[in-house]
Design a protein around this ligand. Structure first.
Ligand code: FCB
Length: 462
């Protein structure tokens, strides 16, 4: 049975600048923290860097044709701050001008991320996100972007995944700038990223821009491992760390007390939070970007540090989330749980009200390569798209105001620490020739986008 989406539903594909653009020395671009990090020996699996990536900076016109061939009505990409950093240098600005006009000319909505992790190294040298001043520098940069493109961009995202920036960049040492074990640094960075978000929203309103603006956090529905009260508390606690820290701040103007207490016990007083900051952070937004990959299952571990819980891999476990055996996983080991997306969207609507929800990322690693006939038969990704798009429909049926679905990613690309080993694309990229090949999942996505409906793969006649 065909099930339709609301009129005007956005069907998007997502990328970010450092992961696809390459051309790192073109047109006056300055180095970013990811150039420095990826060029540090031993940091990236397989030794990859973003120097060439998919060469999207040069091949943008062909890539826009490719996006149009997927019937996408939206393209989420990020503006590389390092290309827009040097006063008087226009070439980077001109590039994004052409990209935006090229999208609009093809009937595709630009969904523009202002910060997708490629901080200019010059700002890292003055403390990066640990330095409150970086939030102000970001607000100035955002204002310039609104001046340049605000007349044509309908959808703006301020910051991509602040939680991941702090966790992987300051606590786990797995992402640029590569600090490890700095819990106070993590929460400081969370705060400055949120402040940067709020200041950018203020700048957006000053400019009377016609578009909409929001944050793009990664969010996870939480499930306790068992029905025990302790596991229930662990799930609630972890939700405070991952979701509520950001959503309570932007929608309610406060940090959740429980997580604030846990931070203060481990990392000292949060005295970098100044009077008025939370009002700035809670500057009203127009929609919420939602990056969804998987849920989290929690088991209580009293006394563990920094947090009294453990994230459990649910393989073969029965949980209150309803799992039985053998949860399927992507090639990256991420559990595939479409109903988690429904739960997440319905839960955000229940807890935070009628804010429109735009799925800004959702996708999976499957390494399928072209067969002898050149076709990439990535049935597992077709199934992933089918079930997750179905989960979005289910959430809409249950009242969640979901306005679009952007798949991660348009094409295989540089997956940060994991290098080029993990393929997320609807389009295959041959890293020797940089040739693009639309996968079966890309064809399937194109059929759904054209129909504005969920079709079975057989109906879509792949
Ligand atoms: C998200 C990032 C995105 C990409 C996907 C797989 O955390 O926002 O850039 O790496 O994961």
């Amino acid at each position: 049975m065909t099930r339709s989406f609301p009129d005007g539903f956005l069907w998007g594909v997502s990328t970010s600048a450092y992961q696809v653009e390459g051309a790192v020395e073109a047109d006056g671009r300055v180095p970013s923290i990811w150039d420095v990090y990826s060029h540090t020996p031993g940091k990236i699996d397989g030794g990859g860097t973003g120097d060439v990536a998919c060469d999207h900076y040069r091949r943008w016109e062909n890539d826009l044709d490719l996006i149009a061939s997927l019937n996408a009505s939206a393209y989420r990409f990020s503006l590389a701050w390092p290309r827009l950093f040097t006063p008087g240098e226009r070439r980077g600005w001109d590039h994004y001008d052409r990209l935006i006009d090229g999208l609009l000319g093809r009937g595709i909505e630009p969904v523009v991320t202002l910060y997708h992790w490629d901080l200019p190294q010059a700002l890292e040298d003055t403390g990066g996100w640990l330095n409150r001043d970086t939030a102000e520098r970001f607000a100035e940069h955002a204002a310039r972007c609104f001046d340049a493109y605000g007349d044509r961009v309908g959808w703006w995202l301020t910051i991509n995944e602040p939680w991941i920036v702090g966790l992987l960049g300051y606590l786990l040492g797995l992402h640029a700038p590569g600090y490890e074990g700095d819990l106070r640094g993590e929460v400081t960075v969370f705060h400055h990223l949120l402040l940067a978000h709020g200041r950018a929203v203020q700048e957006f309103r000053v400019g009377a821009n016609p578009g909409r603006i929001g944050l793009a956090p990664n969010l996870m529905p939480h499930y306790p491992l068992t029905g025990s009260g302790a596991d229930g508390e662990a799930a609630w606690g972890s939700e405070g760390y991952v979701n509520r820290w950001f959503l309570d701040a932007i929608f309610r103007g406060r940090y959740p007390d429980d997580q604030r207490e846990r931070y203060e016990a481990q990392a000292g007083p949060l005295d970098f939070v100044r009077d008025g900051d939370l009002e700035t952070i809670a500057e009203p937004t127009d929609f919420l970007g939602v990056n969804y990959y998987a849920p989290r299952w929690l088991e209580a571990v009293p006394g563990d540090t920094p947090w009294p819980w453990r994230v459990v891999v649910p393989d073969g476990l029965e949980t209150t989330g309803g799992f039985t055996d053998g949860v399927p996983q992507t090639e990256a080991g991420t559990p595939i749980v479409p109903f988690g997306l429904t739960d997440l969207l319905v839960g955000i609507h229940r807890d935070y009200g009628d804010v429109p929800l735009l799925i800004t990322e959702n996708g999976a690693v499957f390494g399928d390569e072209p067969g002898e006939d050149g076709r990439v038969r990535d049935e597992r990704r077709v199934e992933f798209v089918r079930t997750h798009v179905g989960a979005v429909l289910e959430a809409i049926d249950r009242g969640a105001p979901v306005v679009g679905y952007c798949h991660w990613s348009l094409m295989d690309n540089f997956e940060w620490k994991l290098g080029y080993g993990q393929r997320f694309g609807l389009v295959h990229v041959d890293y020797d020739t940089l040739a693009r090949t639309v996968k079966d999942s890309g064809r399937y996505f194109a059929r759904l986008a054209a129909a504005n409906a969920l079709l079975e793969p057989e109906e879509a006649a792949l």
